[in-house]
Design a protein around this ligand. Structure first.
Ligand code: NAD
Length: 387
């Protein structure tokens, strides 16, 4: 850990958190001077009754709205431009994103495009956006990505089979309106995958070279809540206390990684997700224990702390053995929540690994990883995750 460097911590997003908090949506729209809302969600969120829940609140307070819900998991950049056209033609001046990372990332990008010209492709990369766009309220319905307050929109170019990330402080929503009740309808497999995504965020930020004391504290709190509550949220979807913990944990994990970036799980997850259509949380869950095993020697103390957080008996153990217990604990959590797949189950084969490793190596998550990988290292991590 380098204590002799300057770091910056910025959180442009206000947070309102609690059961029933979406009932105040209309007041928040008004506070942001919104007169007409573009409500961005996806068909699964609509089917779960979430869209209706929010439109009822808006209708009650006589705030007009248009709905854009043509969003698939790993949302395409074309959707952003279509959503922007709809918002412009409908005269919407406030965007409400409702859903998991796919809907929220799209909503954020639509908000950006309403205030900036050109195409969303022009803003791919970090800090490429000239100015703030239209106000955005993000209402998460999964507990995983933390998109409700991150700088990132992860979008897909499905024709080119690549994921493109737009990262900018202007892409942070104005408000993260977090209501754990909206996550109760998540089926166990999505609860599990998104929960493991949140864990990957907290953990990768915690051990990486860019972390700093603020992020470290947030990561520790997030990992404690996930260790305590993810199994319960999967086993008892209706358990509001566990849902509360998981939504809070994913939010806090995002606060941790927003300024630090992540590590090799995310570097590999992006090309693997793009080429093999593996859900983002699932691919992170598959990779995480293998990446941890690879990274152990880069930060033994931190991995020992993780083992402690997961209740492993680290006292009086040599550092190496104590650190290794973190891998055992995370592997066990992944199994317990029902993620038994390997990369092979999604069609990943040896002949794809050169391309996956080369694409992963270009990620900004590689330089901050606690151990500097070679292309062969990245391929070997994938091989372990194929078994
Ligand atoms: P998702 O948004 O793709 O949703 C997964 C599925 O869950 C969808 O079918 C959706 O309809 C359904 N769903 C969502 N909420 C539900 C609910 N309450 N009840 C029932 N069904 C519900 O999944 P995700 O994991 O939240 O997001 C993944 C996307 O987020 C990926 O594109 C990934 O790259 C991106 N991501 C973004 C960030 C960021 O910082 N912006 C971070 C990590 C991942």
């Amino acid at each position: 850990m380098l204590w002799n460097r300057i770091f910056r911590y910025e959180l442009p997003t206000a947070i309102e958190f609690g059961n029933g908090s979406v009932q105040e949506l209309a007041a928040h729209v008004r506070k942001l001077n919104g007169n007409k809302v573009l409500l961005v969600s996806d068909p699964g969120v609509q089917k779960a009754g979430m869209t209706e829940r929010l439109t009822a609140v808006l209708a009650k307070e006589e705030i007009p709205y248009a709905i854009f819900n043509e969003i698939e998991p790993d949302p395409d950049i074309d959707g952003v431009m279509r959503g922007k056209e709809l918002a412009a033609s409908e005269g919407c001046d406030c965007v409400v994103g409702l859903g998991g990372g796919s809907a929220l990332d799209t909503a954020k990008a639509i908000g950006l495009m309403l205030g900036n010209g050109g195409h969303i492709r022009d803003y791919v990369g970090i800090d490429k956006v000239p100015k703030k766009g239209t106000p955005v309220i993000a209402v998460p319905t999964t507990a995983g990505t933390g998109s409700e307050l991150t700088i990132w929109s992860v979008l897909s170019d499905k024709r080119a089979k690549v994921k493109l990330s737009v990262g900018s402080a202007y892409n942070c929503p104005d408000l993260a309106l977090c209501d754990p009740e909206l996550t109760v309808s998540l089926p166990p497999h999505i609860t599990a995958a998104t929960g493991m995504d949140a864990l990957t965020h907290a953990l990768e930020s915690f051990v990486n070279k860019a972390t700093q004391p603020i992020s470290e504290g947030l990561s520790i709190q997030s990992m404690k809540m996930i260790a305590h509550s993810l199994r319960t949220a999967v086993a008892q979807g209706e358990n509001l206390e566990a849902r509360y913990d998981m939504l809070m944990a994913s939010l806090i994990a995002a606060m941790a990684f927003n300024p630090t970036r992540l590590g090799l799980s995310h570097a590999l997850a992006i090309p693997l997700g793009a080429h093999f259509k593996i859900p983002h949380g699932t691919v992170n869950a598959i990779l995480l224990p293998e990446v941890m095993q690879y990274n152990l020697m880069g930060n033994l103390d931190k991995f020992k702390t993780i083992a402690q957080i997961f209740g492993m008996p680290v006292d009086h153990m040599p550092p190496w053995e104590a650190a290794e217990l973190s891998v055992i604990a995370v592997r066990k959590l992944k199994q317990d929540v029902g993620i038994h797949q390997t990369l092979s189950d999604f069609g990943v084969t040896e002949d794809a690994l050169d391309r996956i490793a080369e694409e992963a190596m270009t990620s900004g998550n590689v330089p901050v990883n606690p151990r500097r990988p070679t292309l062969e290292d990245l391929k070997q991590i994938c091989r372990e995750a194929m078994k």
